[in-house]
Design a protein around this ligand. Structure first.
Ligand code: RB5
Length: 145
């Protein structure tokens, strides 16, 4: 799968770990930065990943900040994006099954690396369940109009 990933300074270290992990899993990874942990503004990096996902340049996105919250709020401003801030593998599965989320945002400060790995792996391996969830997701996307 083609994955775009980015972070801010608070998520930089975890982003580096996840880049290596995603490559180990065999994914094609576009690391959209930053290149170091100098202070940056998370919307600038949410925007890069969100546009790549919305434009179909990649299949899914991963964003890391201190909490994951700011990245999700910012990414969801881009049309076509359903970003979910996730703190457990169970929620990662539900974000895919029920919400057809196309970006997962995780916390570099409050969630450990092993949990974030499990979150990202589950997020990438879980399919949208469709059925009764399809109309609900269509109604979410209609809110963009
Ligand atoms: C940066 O201090 C922090 O605000 C950011 O990483 C993120 O947690 C915002 O939601």
């Amino acid at each position: 799968m083609r994955i775009a990933i980015a972070s801010d300074h608070a998520g930089f270290e975890e982003k580096q770990l996840l880049v290596g992990y995603l490559k180990e899993l065999g994914h094609e990874v576009a690391d959209l930065g930053p290149a170091n942990d100098d202070r940056v503004d998370y919307p600038d990096f949410a925007k890069l990943v969100a546009h790549d996902v919305a434009d179909g340049k990649v299949d899914r996105g991963v964003l890391v900040c201190g909490t994951g919250i700011g990245m999700a709020v910012a990414a969801n401003k881009v049309h076509g994006i359903r970003a979910a801030n996730v703190t457990s593998p169970e929620f990662a599965a539900l974000a895919r099954e029920h919400n057809d989320a196309n970006i997962v945002t995780v916390s570099g400060r409050f969630v450990d690396d092993a949990t974030n790995r499990a979150i990202v792996k589950t997020f990438l391996e879980t399919e949208f369940a469709g059925g009764r969830h399809t109309g609900r997701v269509e109604k979410i996307m209609a809110l963009e109009q």
